[in-house]
Ligand binder design. Structure first.
Ligand SMILES: [Zn+2]
Length: 266
């Protein structure tokens, strides 16, 4: 591997750690309707403002063995997982796209949006509009750039956003009419518009199939884990956003026919 590319990947990895640390703040504050700029980063338990040393991704967590340096409260392991996951995803995108504007303005923000949406939906069962609708605008706007990782024209991007939204909107309304309860939330509908803007019409089928398969498999495993599966368990809703993200990510990385390979694996 050329030295220049190696440095680029190291840079992308470091960028991922820094932005992963920022995502931790976004994931905590956005659902609580708090500003992501003010106040500066502080411990949620003792309110002590964090110093430079506390803000170094992963390293600060290791040095304090996952505890706050001021009040010793245990910090969630999720903090370091998100930092590492963001770093890994940016390195993967960087390797496939190369040092281009498309990486900086399309792939990297897409990766950050996917991680933020996944963890906010898992924890709070919501997908903030600022992420999904903002992501839709970003997906369409950045489709003007020359891309190598997942080439898409502006028309395909707009088409993907419109079709993704319409399809899931109709599905959500239809399900509610038949089952008399909400299956898909409005957040999922707007998320699919955003994903469509990044993967286009050709990637939607693959995304929906993988998410449905992975979601069913996960639901089945959870059902097996229940001692006495009751009707109330079956009526519990599992957040669907993370599965849609998984489907879109597989499609973005491996192309629109990845669902076929995914099905063979299952
Ligand atoms: Zn503290």
């Amino acid at each position: 591997m050329a030295l220049g590319i190696l440095w680029f990947l190291v840079w992308a990895g470091c960028l991922g750690l820094i932005f992963g640390s920022f995502l931790n703040l976004v994931i905590v504050r956005l659902p609580a309707h708090e500003s992501i700029i003010e106040p500066r980063s502080h411990c949620r338990s003792c309110q002590h403002q964090l110093g430079m040393l506390d803000l170094i991704p992963v390293v600060s967590f290791m040095l304090t063995r996952g505890r706050c340096r001021y009040c010793a409260v245990k910090l969630p392991l999720e903090f370091v997982v998100i930092e590492l996951l963001t770093s890994l995803l940016l390195i993967t995108f960087a390797r496939r796209e190369g040092p281009t504007m498309a990486f900086l303005l399309r792939d990297a923000p897409f990766a950050l949006l996917l991680i933020a949406i996944t963890f906010i939906d898992l924890k709070h069962r919501i997908i903030p509009d600022v992420l999904s609708l903002g992501g839709t605008v970003l997906g369409i706007g950045s489709s003007f750039l020359t891309q190598r990782l997942y080439p898409l024209t502006v028309y395909e991007s707009v088409g993907g956003a419109v079709l993704g939204f319409t399809l899931f909107f109709l599905l959500a309304v239809g399900y509610e009419r038949v089952a008399h309860r909400q299956g898909l939330g409005g957040g999922d509908v707007k998320l699919l518009a955003m994903l469509g803007a990044f993967i286009g019409i050709k990637g939607l089928l693959s995304t929906i199939l993988i998410s449905a398969l992975a979601g069913s498999l996960c639901g089945f495993i959870m059902w097996l884990g229940e001692r006495a599966p009751t009707r109330s368990f079956l009526q519990q809703s599992i957040p669907y956003g993370p599965f849609l993200v998984l489907g879109a990510l597989c499609t973005y990385l491996y192309g629109g026919d990845v669902w076929f390979r995914f099905m063979i694996l299952m």
